[in-house]
Design a protein around this ligand. Structure first.
Ligand code: NAG
Length: 168
């Protein structure tokens, strides 16, 4: 029995440490990815007159330190809620990499350009609230077809062709 204990315990211990390391590495990796994505989103914002994105820095944890970013219990980005902040810029392509994003609320800013077609990858998104910006081009076909979408407000923008959304 004595030998058994001495033989098996270290193995169990090594396994436990290995499991902890692997889990930690996984969490760190997904948060690093989310951070890179959010920093790219910030990088496409050319005007932030109230310095609302000052807390979005590479040394921060996006779930804890980034203002107006909310994560789910699995520590993946769940909501981005930035409204009425006079932010100027384009919607970053990179945002399509946030695979758990459910809410994108950016109303009353000055986002311009189009909704990137890459956002078709945002399969969990149920709320897009980008009213009162300067988005232009045509409203992409996919946007109303996102599988989880329940709330879509694109009003008060500069979209040219809204024929996709006209009821015949
Ligand atoms: C947005 O940021 C990406 C890098 O993340 C850059 O390649 C791209 O040119 C930027 N777009 C605009 C319109 O500034």
């Amino acid at each position: 029995m004595r030998w058994n204990h001495q033989f098996h315990l270290p193995h169990a211990f090594v396994f436990l440490i290995f499991t902890l390391l692997v889990n930690t590495a996984t969490i760190t990796e997904s948060q690093a990815t989310a951070k890179e994505i959010l920093l790219q989103f910030k990088g496409n914002i050319t005007g932030d007159p109230y310095n609302r994105l000052d807390s979005w820095v590479s040394s921060g944890n996006p779930c804890v330190d980034f203002s107006d970013v909310f994560c789910n219990p699995a520590r993946l980005v769940d909501k981005i809620v930035l409204w009425n902040m006079s932010l100027v810029g384009v919607l970053a392509l990179a945002l399509s990499g946030l695979k758990s994003l459910r809410v994108l609320t950016l109303f009353s800013n000055k986002f311009e350009g189009n909704n990137p077609v890459k956002y078709v990858g945002l399969q969990t998104l149920w709320k897009i609230y980008v009213s009162s910006n300067a988005l232009s081009g045509s409203i992409p076909d996919f946007i109303g077809d996102l599988p989880s979408i329940r709330f879509l407000n694109l009003s008060k923008n500069a979209y040219g062709d809204q024929s996709n959304f006209l009821v015949p």
